[in-house]
Design a protein. Sequence first.
Length: 139
Amino acid sequence: MDFGLSNTYSSDKNGNTLKTACGSPCYAAPEMIAGKRYKGLSVDIWSCGIILYAMLYGYLPFEDTNTSKLYKKILAGEYETHKSISKEANNLLKSILTVDPEKRFKLHQIKRHPWYNLVPPENNEGIIIGFHHITVLDI
């Protein structure tokens, strides 16, 4: 994570938007590239969609050595899909990597998606310091 290319905001629940373009171009949402005001959570969901695509396919959906061409690809929202990836996974990607931020899936929609729910969520609170025993490995 490169927090040098990050931005902070209080909350976009009240309609607050951001204007500063930040982050790596291959992960940037179309509205950010277009120089429009944007909602932080919506562009973060786009970036997570890029990461999910990379995890499933092994490469990024939008790449080009020419930055201008890269931006055109992102703004068009056109990327390759393959039949080796399930229809449900590709459907979720399509719903997240939607150019129009108003039509892009929100967190609650992602959590209800059939592909997301293939593995049931665990009630895992994580490690609680001072409560759980942590085994230290000497590697």
